[in-house]
Write a protein that binds this ligand. Structure first.
Ligand code: NAP
Length: 322
């Protein structure tokens, strides 16, 4: 491997460069141009840039929620717009973070989903009453949009909703429903690209954010190349990255052996088929995992791999638990 310090031979390379740092701008770009500021959420630091301004925020993810809320306290007007609706999930239900209530991997997903939908419906009610569009998908089919504050700001009239932007028109933005609002600052909260700028183009790339890996860690074609934290959990990422690190360490010291190649590829395909069937098609949904399910399945796979390592062969297939 060649780095800025020269070329060295390594047995293993662990890639842990994160996947929320390379801004994804709308592509194709939205037609027209704006006289004011056009920025991506990645460049946002403090709300003072919005003071007294007319602000438009595009997106329905967590960046859009947080930035629209902060803008709503200081801007002359704040408009949130999006190409689809989302379930807006409160941070707490019964005084507990929702992701600690209904996540047990031993409960079938369809039951967990039903419970989550009932709880969120009870806590939030009909989103159209706040002026937001109804979600076009069931809960758990999109990365969760979590905000304890946005609905309150809608209720106060401090934020208004519009559908997708059609055109930028100087000091105004036009939406697909024909309405227009004044706009001094447009914030694209349109997510991030998965990129590896330190690799040669053509070595490893995640086209449209998609990089198939065995349990989101092992590259199926390149031995010795591992990825840590290259997944989008419903839940916290750090404990998953820690489990991945321990798993890689087991492999490197010979305590864990991979399944044979065909089994590994079948596992990857199975995981991807399930994910793409469940989630709304979007570049933000290419590496989704459920927190508890991922840890549970990984623990089983590590036990199987330990047996394979003891037998000195790769004959025990990967677990299909997930
Ligand atoms: N408070 C927090 O914990 C917090 C705050 C900010 C961010 N985060 C995390 O940071 C990560 C990134 O969040 P994010 O909100 O920046 O990005 P994100 O989750 O990828 O959301 C991007 C949003 O932009 C929309 N979008 C993308 N391209 C578009 C286009 N060309 N035209 C119209 N809409 C477009 C997406 O819609 P589609 O669904 O239709 O693709 C989606 O609503 C997530 O893991 C998030 O949970 C957490």
């Amino acid at each position: 491997m060649t780095t800025s310090r020269g070329t060295t031979r390594y047995d293993a390379v662990l890639v842990a460069n994160g996947h929320h740092w390379d801004p994804r701008w709308p592509d194709p770009a939205i037609p027209g141009s704006l006289d004011g500021t056009v920025m991506h959420a990645h460049a946002y630091e403090t709300p003072d840039i919005f003071a007294g301004k007319h602000v438009v925020v595009l997106g329905m993810g967590n960046s859009a929620m947080d930035i629209a809320v902060e803008s709503s306290y200081v801007a002359a007007s704040t408009t949130l717009c999006s190409r689809r609706g989302a379930w807006v999930i409160p941070k707490y239900i019964f005084g507990r973070p929702l992701d600690t209530i209904v996540t047990d991997a031993r409960i079938p997903f369809r039951i967990r989903r039903k419970i989550a939908e009932s709880l969120v419906s009870l806590a939030v009610g009909d989103l159209t009453r706040y002026g937001l569009p109804a979600p076009d998908h069931r809960i758990g089919s999109a990365h969760p949009t979590i905000s304890g504050r946005i609905l309150d700001r809608f209720g106060h009239g401090a934020i208004t909703y519009r559908p997708m932007i059609e055109k930028l028109e100087g000091d105004h933005v036009r939406f697909v429903d024909g309405s227009r609002v004044r706009c001094d600052v447009l914030v694209y909260c349109t997510g991030y690209k998965v990129t590896f700028p330190f690799f040669d183009a053509g070595f490893v790339q995640a086209k449209d954010n998609d990089l198939p890996l065995f349990r989101r860690v092992f590259h199926p074609d390149i031995a010795g190349l591992f990825f840590v934290g290259l997944l989008q959990p419903l839940g916290a990422i750090m404990p998953l990255a820690q489990a991945q690190g321990e798993w890689i360490a087991d492999y490197l010291v010979g305590r864990y052996a991979l399944p044979d190649e065909a089994a590994m590829r079948r596992d990857i395909e199975h995981e991807r088929a399930e994910m793409f069937e469940r989630y709304v098609a979007s570049p933000r949904h290419t590496m989704q995992v459920d927190y508890d399910d991922y840890l549970y399945a990984l623990a089983i796979e590590r036990r199987l791999g330990e047996k394979r390592a003891k037998l000195g062969r790769s004959s025990i297939g990967p677990s299909s638990a997930a």
